[in-house]
Design a binder for this molecule. Structure first.
Ligand code: MF3
Ligand code: CO
Length: 261
């Protein structure tokens, strides 16, 4: 989500979830990841990006969930498809075709029984460059580094710092204009979970928090701009970008990835 929305929420107090609510979030997030993995299977050169929108909608119907992004703040589609220099919020297009060597990020959310799921992944189209492979690997690893810090006794800043540190160790940059977020009966809840920051800063992590952690990483500069469609965020220097996201519950035993299959 777009960062710096504190004004919209008033005090950034997280909404803690009960075990029963976490069970509902588990159900919807598992379906979100099943749909993402089905999309991933279909990635090959020559596909147009709109085909993935159609497949996502079909799978929503089949699995009995409602797409979460369609209509959210006016976003017109169920799926975000971001190719190469597109960071997030790329719109599915009938005139945009995947080609060998591209990397494509799918970001997808769903609603079931009033609860939201949200996850994202990036995949190569056919054979991709070493840079593209390393960028995807670094971004996914950074997600897991962040998740590892999502436990009682830590602060949100510990997650942020772990992600930033890992990304920068490769010479890549975390994108700063978008952040992870709390999630529950709303797609976006407090707290914000930035992909950069200082250890020990920010809110204390508590049992019952559910966080969508989502590193967005640029192989070049971290600066982004929004295209004239009003949605698509691209790196200013048009360098490659990758995005991985999981929804994670904070339990007494540590972080539990809800968006796993
Ligand atoms: N995972 C993205 C986010 O948290 C998805 C939002 S896309 C939107 O911002 F279209 F719904 F805005
Ligand atoms: Co999200």
């Amino acid at each position: 989500m777009k960062g710096r929305l504190k004004g919209l929420w008033g005090e950034p107090r997280p909404i803690l979830k009960t075990k029963e609510e976490i069970e509902k979030l588990r159900r919807v997030n598992k379906i979100v990841m099943e749909i993402l993995l089905a999309l991933k299977e279909e990635v090959k050169p020559g596909k147009c990006t709109f085909e993935f929108e159609e497949l996502a909608l079909l799978l929503c119907e089949k699995k009995g969930v409602k797409p979460a992004f369609k209509g959210y703040r006016g976003y017109p589609y169920a799926l975000c498809v971001s190719v190469n220099e597109e960071v997030v919020h790329g719109m599915p297009r009938k005139d945009k075709y995947l080609k060998e060597g591209d990397i494509v990020s799918f970001d997808f959310g769903a609603i079931l029984d009033g609860y939201y799921g949200d996850a994202a992944l990036t995949v190569g189209v056919g054979e991709v460059s070493e840079l593209a492979k390393t960028l995807m690997k670094a971004t996914e690893e950074a997600l897991y580094k962040g998740i590892e810090k999502a436990r009682i006794g830590n602060k949100i800043g510990d997650i942020s710092y772990a992600i930033q540190r890992h990304v920068e160790s490769y010479g890549f940059s975390p994108v700063k204009d978008f952040v992870g977020h709390g999630i529950g009966r709303n797609l976006h809840e407090p707290p914000e979970v930035p992909n950069w920051g200082k250890p020990g800063r920010g809110l204390r992590i508590e049992v019952g928090m559910v966080l969508a952690i989502e590193p967005m990483v640029s192989a070049g500069s971290s600066e982004v701009e929004i295209l004239s469609d009003g949605w698509t965020a691209v790196t200013k220097d048009r360098s490659l970008s990758a995005h991985f996201e999981h929804t994670v519950a904070i339990t007494p035993r540590g972080p539990e990835i809800l968006s796993k299959v």
